[in-house]
Design a protein around this ligand. Structure first.
Ligand SMILES: NC(=O)c1ccc[n+]([C@@H]2O[C@H](COP(=O)([O-])OP(=O)(O)OC[C@H]3O[C@@H](n4cnc5c(N)ncnc54)[C@H](O)[C@@H]3O)[C@@H](O)[C@H]2O)c1
Length: 271
């Protein structure tokens, strides 16, 4: 796939993996990238990416991915300026880690994982990524309908591609009941979208990164990483965000790739 005539939307683009994906797309000559993030730092990140690339391809958008009106505005603006969006990497994500059930040592009472917190993680990590991808697919479908096109044919070339960011935690991880549920949920969503969206020529797959050197993992603390992550990672180090970004670009670009890719540096989880 030639990225140069394409426009992409990346959420969580202000940090870590999302930022690295934008940089990798920039190197591959992408036409334009909407860099979406809640954090105001996204403006500076877009500037830095454009300076590094020596051309202006990254456009920052500050907002919440769970906001439907904001989502539509991002797609409206980028497509008005740079043509239809055909690549989508909804990478914005959060963790709210805690054990599912905890016994209070003083009272002996069980405290179960807070429901509101679980819903928040589902909104950001599962529902929002699915809807950002559906926004792109809906617009591609509408454009095809307007041009009188029906079922996509292979000789038309791939019309669009989505990569969801799963996680090794999708297979279960102590202390991540909400996060793990959302990342496993993306697998079902991707498998369904792949079956439905091919009607419009759009592919969908999931990458499962292992522990990657981003603020999300750094927030766990150096001691935690040394004790609980590195010993279970065959490479003996954290993955670099640009290694994940490289894999994502490969998945977007290579139409024969379907399903899920584990990019985990040989992670073997303890029981
Ligand atoms: N770092 C890892 O080891 C790892 C492993 C597997 C999967 N992942 C996944 O990769 C993705 C990126 O994670 P990262 O490690 O780069 O984390 P990160 O914290 O560095 O970046 C996440 C970005 O998402 C943004 N964000 C969060 N909620 C948002 C919202 N509602 N609207 C808009 N922006 C929002 C944050 O502001 C932040 O800039 C996440 O989906 C994460 O679950 C990370």
């Amino acid at each position: 796939m030639d990225f140069s005539k394409r426009a992409a939307v990346i959420t969580g683009g202000g940090s870590g993996i999302g930022r690295a994906v934008a940089a990798a797309m920039g190197k591959r000559g992408i036409g334009a990238v909407a860099l979406v993030d809640l954090n105001a730092a996204v403006d500076g990140v877009a500037d830095a990416l454009n300076t590094e690339a020596g051309r202006s391809f990254a456009l920052p958008f500050r907002g919440d991915t769970t906001d439907e009106a904001f989502r539509a505005q991002v797609f409206d603006r980028i497509s008005q300026q740079h043509g239809p969006v055909s690549l989508c990497v909804p990478a914005a994500g959060i963790t709210r880690d805690d054990l599912s059930v905890r016994i209070d040592k003083l009272t002996g009472k069980a405290r179960i994982y807070p429901l509101e917190q679980f819903k928040q993680v589902v909104d950001v990590n599962l529902i929002a990524p699915v809807y950002w991808s559906l926004e792109m697919i809906g617009r591609i479908a509408e454009d095809r309908a307007a041009r009188g096109l029906k079922r996509w044919r292979p000789d038309e070339g791939i019309q669009g591609s989505v990569v969801f960011i799963g996680s090794i935690s999708s297979q279960g991880n102590r202390g991540q009941i909400s996060y793990a549920s959302t990342k496993a949920g993306l697998e079902g969503a991707a498998a369904t979208i792949m079956k439905e969206a091919m009607f419009y020529g759009v592919r969908c797959s999931v990458i499962h990164p292992g522990f990657t050197d981003t603020p999300m993992v750094r927030a766990m603390g150096e001691d935690y990483v040394a004790k609980n992550i590195l010993p279970y990672t065959q490479l003996g180090r954290l993955i670099q965000p640009d290694e994940i970004a490289d894999a994502i670009c490969f998945m977007l670009a290579n139409a024969a790739v379907s399903g899920e890719l584990w990019v985990d540096a040989g992670w073997h989880a303890p029981a």
